[in-house]
Ligand binder design. Structure first.
Ligand code: PMP
Length: 515
């Protein structure tokens, strides 16, 4: 690993000309992280100092086929040569809108924009324009973008910005009904994520009954069901993320993976909301750029042709199985939640993300770029080698967490979710160190007291060697017994080891006393 000089210098320059040195989610997620990246290819990225990482963040979602995907880059090159920003959109706009409406079941029309926030905001505006009402229901803690109505930070936001939001709890239909009752006859829409992916928390898959409950409620009230597919869209499914659940929204917001890293967002909607979409005035200077649209066509085509969703699912499942297995072998209690292609790992009781920080920093040093407080992303470019390297790094990361816990008094308890019974637990080298130290101390003490001659053991060895070997054998058996104790004893195994070592000391002292 290089020493981070280039990154340090860039940070210093940035501090002078960029507020806070960096803003939003683009700020490096910890001291160990580089702030600036130089390049990306396939499932790897290189930081400003040239350090290489397996990319498990995929730019927080946009990179779905891998960096520099050949078909997407070819489409970008061809469109760039023809033109990008040309007074009016290129023919690719119509091509893409057709492709999107053919690919996503609930979509009859598409509006193209730049960012996820553009798309979620526009969905709310269209819902209001169509219904003539103002209230939108949102799940507490859910992220829908960085505009004043939805930013999670209070700075610069007024009460009026939130005045038309009513909160409910994800996967709790009763709470949605209560929120709808509060909105009364002013309910314009219900905004929902395809699964609960609030940053920093265990993720929660959607309960299909909840999704159906929202659909029914919206139908009864004449409100819009709005799916925020910005983060998960085109990673979970080639279509809306709720198609496998069997629930279609009226409006959906897209961005991230839609163009494999090129700036593009989309609102898709059904015919019932077409008039609302026609009425609103929505635009942006760069919303009609042709290059990202060409990239989106190539991305969606490649997702289909290369069966990329299935490939990501396979890799994500292997990553999950490997990591859960590692956690178990290190006797660490973890929650590995969310879909395999968008997983998130937390440690039991780690409310301030201290252990997550230790884990992520060591994974980074080992060559895997993941995040301590945000779900990860698997791309279709990940090869067996990428997966092996990532798993090597996460194994080192678990070792670092185990060591960190060893340095703290009383770590968390040990049961692990989703144990994988097919592989035996790995040995834990760090846990044996105290036994070795106590073994050496005990042995030195025993030799000093010249007690060894009195040890049991009828070996045909020399009188001096015989008792030493006897001692080593007895001690080894004791240590192995301690290490084979079941998981609930792990937090106290060192204490047990120390106790046994002291007992051995006492034993020798006693024999010595008998001389
Ligand atoms: N909705 C969700 C679910 C998101 O994850 C994000 C981005 N993280 C947004 C909306 C906002 O997207 P953008 O940052 O492109 O504005």
């Amino acid at each position: 690993m290089s020493d981070g000089t280039a990154d340090r210098q860039l940070r210093e320059r940035a501090r002078a000309v960029i507020p806070g040195g960096m803003y939003g989610h683009l700020a490096a997620p910890g001291a160990a992280y580089p702030q600036f990246m130089r390049s990306g290819r396939g499932a790897r990225v290189w930081d400003a100092d040239g350090n290489e990482y397996v990319d498990l963040m995929c730019s927080y979602g946009p990179v779905v086929l891998g960096h520099q995907h050949p078909a997407v880059e070819a489409a970008v090159r061809i469109q760039s040569e023809a033109g990008d920003c040309m007074n009016a959109p290129g023919p690719v706009m119509v091509d893409l809108a057709e492709l999107l409406t053919q690919t996503v079941r609930h979509a009859d029309w598409a509006i193209l924009a730049k960012n996820g926030t553009d798309a979620t905001t526009m969905c709310c505006t269209i819902a209001r324009a169509q219904t003539g009402r103002s209230k939108i229901l949102v799940a507490t803690g859910a992220y829908h973008g960085a505009a004043p109505w939805c930013t999670p930070r209070p700075a610069g936001v007024t009460a009026a910005d939130h005045a038309n939001l009513v909160h409910y709890t994800f996967n709790d239909v009763a709470s949605v009904q209560q929120a709808a009752a509060k909105a009364g006859d002013d309910l314009a829409g219900i905004l929902v994520s395809p699964f609960k992916h609030d940053a920093g928390f265990d993720q929660e898959l959607v309960d299909p009954a909840f999704a159906r409950g929202l659909r029914t409620l919206c139908d009864e009230k004449g409100a819009a069901l709005i799916l925020d597919d910005v983060r998960a869209g085109f990673r979970l499914h080639l279509g809306s993320s709720w198609e496998p659940v069997g629930v279609d929204p009226d409006l959906s917001a897209w961005s991230k993976a839609i163009a494999n890293g090129r700036a593009l967002a989309a609102v898709l909607g059904n015919d019932a909301f077409r008039d609302g979409a026609k009425k609103v005035f929505v635009t942006g200077s760069f919303w009609f750029s042709a290059v990202p649209m060409a990239a989106a066509i190539a991305t969606i085509t490649a997702l289909k042709d290369e069966k990329a969703i299935e490939a990501m699912h396979r890799t994500g499942t292997a990553l999950r199985d490997g990591i859960v297995d590692q956690a178990r072998s290190w006797d660490l209690a973890v929650n590995y939640t969310g879909p395999p292609v968008m997983p998130y790992l937390t440690f039991a009781g780690d409310r301030d993300h201290e252990l997550a920080g230790v884990f992520a920093a060591q994974a980074l040093r080992g060559g895997a770029y993941l995040h301590p407080r945000h779900n990860w992303f698997v791309s279709a470019a990940m090869t067996g080698d990428d997966l092996a390297l990532a798993l090597e790094a996460t194994d080192q990361a678990f070792a670092a967490v185990r060591k960190h816990l060893g340095q703290l008094a009383g770590g968390p308890p040990c049961p692990v979710q989703q144990p994988n019974p097919t592989r035996p637990p790995r040995s834990r080298p760090a846990a044996i160190i105290p036994y070795i130290i106590y073994f050496l101390i005990t042995l030195a003490y025993a030799i000093k007291r010249r007690t060894l001659d009195s040890l049991p053991g009828a070996f045909s060895l020399g009188r001096r060697a015989r008792p030493v070997i006897g001692f080593v054998l007895v001690y080894t058996v004791v240590v192995m017994l301690v290490l084979s104790l079941p998981a609930p004893f792990h937090g106290s195994d060192k204490v047990l080891g120390y106790g046994l070592a002291l007992a051995a000391l006492w034993y020798f002292g006693l024999v010595d006393g008998g001389h």
